[in-house]
Design a protein around this ligand. Structure first.
Ligand code: FE2
Length: 214
């Protein structure tokens, strides 16, 4: 199975006016496509040739294959990014994630403020993530291509703060882009789905150990 670029889950114009079709066409059609193509090239005729993208990221992280990790993590991060947004998204969270945000940050407002600070203060290129670990949520920023995938923090949502994600629409005004993401783009359904999986994971592991007699 060859790694292919995920299909964009909406039209390139669907996030307007918050993210223009020009930005999305360049971001998805050029930057993301290039990371996927380069990952495919790097794994050709290697033991990872038929691995999934997630397996390539995890293996390259574990085996300190820095170039393959950076390129494949960028491909995976962008897949995750497209689903972290949706037309008509953003605003107040709902469902299980809303309760856990209250528990972890004190209030929705405190969560938004911390998210703006972490995403806004990320120096240079990188990503900001809402993650789940040990029953709580946290916000973490990663530099360049780094990703929580393969760490103990399970990613629920991400925003891309590389300049290519916003410069055409916002120029240097990264904070306006982050505000648009929070107010109009976040896909809380996706975050709730990821949270449900993350909360089920320890139970699945315990069940697997029990089944194996451990
Ligand atoms: Fe990007």
């Amino acid at each position: 199975m060859s790694i292919t670029q995920t299909t964009l889950p909406y039209a390139a114009s669907a996030l307007e006016p918050h993210i223009s079709r020009h930005t999305l066409n360049a971001h998805y059609g050029h930057h993301h496509a290039a990371y996927v193509a380069k990952t495919r090239t790097l794994i050709q005729r290697t033991p990872l040739e038929s691995a999934s993208l997630e397996e390539v990221v995890l293996t390259s992280r574990q085996q300190h294959m820095k170039r393959l990790f950076s390129i494949s993590a960028q491909a995976w991060n962008h897949d995750f990014l497209w689903h972290s947004m949706r037309p008509g998204g953003g605003g107040e969270p709902y469902g299980a994630i809303a309760s856990l945000i209250e528990k972890s940050f004190g209030s929705q407002r405190a969560f938004s403020q911390e998210f703006v600070t972490m995403a806004g203060d990320q120096f240079g290129s990188g990503w900001c993530w809402l993650v789940y670990e040990a029953g709580r949520l946290d916000i973490v920023a990663t530099s360049n291509a780094d990703t929580p995938l393969g760490s103990t923090q399970l990613p629920l949502l991400t925003i891309d703060v590389w300049e290519h994600a916003y410069y055409l629409d916002y120029q240097h005004r990264r904070l306006d882009y982050i505000a648009a993401f929070l107010g109009h783009l976040i896909n809380w359904d996706f975050a709730n789905q990821n949270l449900a999986r993350a909360m089920a994971a320890p139970a699945q592991e315990a069940a697997a150990r029990k089944a194996a007699g451990g």
